[in-house]
Design a protein around this ligand. Structure first.
Ligand code: IDC
Length: 464
């Protein structure tokens, strides 16, 4: 995700070379479907289908049925719901994308296990005409194989910023992918509480984060209690919107964090969350760089209650911004349940009923060690994870940096391509802060002179 346009262009060309398209067209004045292989590897590929409405009136739902040769199955889909019967896989709307206006289209994607391409296609029950499918798998290149690296899609502006290179993100299987379908790992920093450290988030500090630290991601932590949103909803909404604009101007992904902590039941703030996310998602609907984190750290509350909250807040965001990635906090201070004696199994067996969703995992390196790493590795095989907050110190946010544990975490997150944001890009007088006290008022963000031990570790890691 660093600014290396030449390398990224080469990767983009490799992906383009590995792409094959089959076109299923219906006569004019009907629904159409276009099938594209957006990535492929030894024994599988990623497919994308665009359903178009060529009629002069809106259609209220759609159904695509693909028949695959024996030996090839569909593992996962996004932006669609799947069901299988024999060799035929049926894709129906994810919920928010059922209606297609006249002349408009919608897309969904899937991961195929096996290399066989579809042999037939139906759109809304009618045979697609003019079906052509490549008889052999798309040529696979080493750089477009099982774990693709970040790349630009040919049509994406490559001004060199993270958003310019990667565009609109989406969840693909258990990973976060860029607009062209390659897995990406975002690295960046979290604010501290906006109510306490407003002077840390200025044009100057964000220039340093974007251009010197080469970060991809800026997490905007808006506390709800402790003097936060509940005390001044319109003021905090404006502050968040302003910071999203600053991130956007620098090509950074903005992670909007509804920072619930005490009380730990997100439903306590359900109506506030609905209002906040309705306003913020409406304001930024046309942007490609906004990711929504709807509940920082649920605690003392069941997974069922968190899931219920998520399933009420997500549709509000999706009504404005259908393709935004949403991150849902997990039980036990976003520990996947581990800190309250549970595990990720409760999520895996009962996931949030929405597509394009990831689950938050938080750790503090001096407190959360090998057993937490093992759980992350286990969970990451089944569900998409995003480390929306972590510290190099203890869970109090203070104390000494645990360099060994932090590096063990970095190695794991890099290997699994899990995105992360570090707590905090602030000058709080606590071990987790990246800057020494006084830095923000002095405006001395550049270079290494104002960094704490944690800040130096993070700057090196993110710049690398
Ligand atoms: C801590 C801050 C601290 C502040 C406290 C208030 O570092 O200055 O007084 O919140 O609630 C989390 C939370 C995050 C905590 C952080 C460190 O998401 O709000 O910040 N932490 O304790 N989860 C685990 C650790």
């Amino acid at each position: 995700m660093k600014r290396r346009p030449k390398v990224l262009l080469a990767a983009a060309l490799a992906v383009a070379a590995a792409t094959a398209t089959a076109f299923f067209a219906l006569p004019a004045g009907a629904e159409t479907a276009t099938f594209t292989v957006t990535n492929s590897w030894n024994n599988g590929y990623q497919g994308q289908v665009t359903v178009g409405n060529d009629t002069s009136s809106s259609i209220s739902t759609w159904k695509v049925e693909l028949t695959l040769p024996a030996g090839t199955t569909v593992g996962q889909a996004w932006n669609a719901t799947i069901s299988s019967a024999g060799n035929t896989v049926t894709f129906t709307p994810a919920g928010w994308n059922a209606t297609i206006a006249a002349g408009a289209s919608t897309s969904f994607g899937f991961i195929a296990n096996g290399s066989g391409r579809p042999t037939s296609c139906l759109v809304n029950g009618k045979a697609c005409t003019g079906v052509t499918t490549p008889s052999s798998p798309a040529a696979s290149s080493p750089s477009a194989s099982a774990s693709p690296s970040a790349s630009a899609s040919p049509g994406t502006p490559t001004s060199g910023t993270p958003v310019g290179v990667n565009g609109q993100l989406r969840v693909c299987g258990t990973k976060l992918c860029n607009e062209s379908g390659s897995a990406v790992q975002l690295k960046g920093m979290s604010t501290h509480g906006l109510q306490w450290f407003p002077s840390c988030y200025t044009d100057a500090s964000l220039d340093v984060l974007a251009n010197e630290w080469n970060a991809d991601l800026f997490r905007i932590s808006m506390y709800v209690q402790e003097g936060g949103y509940e005390t001044n909803p319109s003021g905090f909404t404006a502050q968040v919107n302003n910071l999203v604009e600053k991130a956007t101007a620098r090509g950074l992904y903005a992670l909007v964090d509804f920072h619930i902590l005490t009380p730990g039941d997100p439903n306590f703030n359900l109506e506030r969350a609905k209002t906040f996310f309705r306003e913020v998602s409406a304001r930024h609907a046309s942007k490609k760089n906004v990711i929504y984190e709807i509940a920082n750290e649920p605690n003392g509350v069941s997974w069922a209650q968190i899931k219920s909250y998520a399933e009420q807040v997500i549709p509000i965001i999706r009504a404005n911004d259908p393709d935004a990635v949403v991150v849902v906090g997990s039980r036990g201070w976003s520990s996947l349940g581990v800190s309250e004696g549970g595990s990720s199994s409760e999520i895996i067996s009962n996931p949030v009923n929405a597509s394009n969703v990831m689950y938050a995992f938080h750790f503090y390196a001096a407190s959360h060690q090998a057993n937490y790493r093992a759980e992350v590795e286990r969970a990451a095989a089944s569900i998409p994870l995003f480390v929306t907050e972590f510290g190099t110190v203890s869970y109090t946010g203070d104390g000494a940096v645990d360099v060994a544990s932090t590096n063990a975490w970095f190695d794991l997150l890099d290997r699994l391509k899990i995105s992360y944001a570090n707590w905090t890009y602030s000058d709080a007088s606590e071990g987790s802060a990246a800057f020494r006290p006084g830095t923000c008022n002095a405006g001395s963000f550049a270079g290494t002179g104002s960094l704490t031990e944690s800040g130096a570790l993070l700057r090196n890691r993110i710049r690398a």
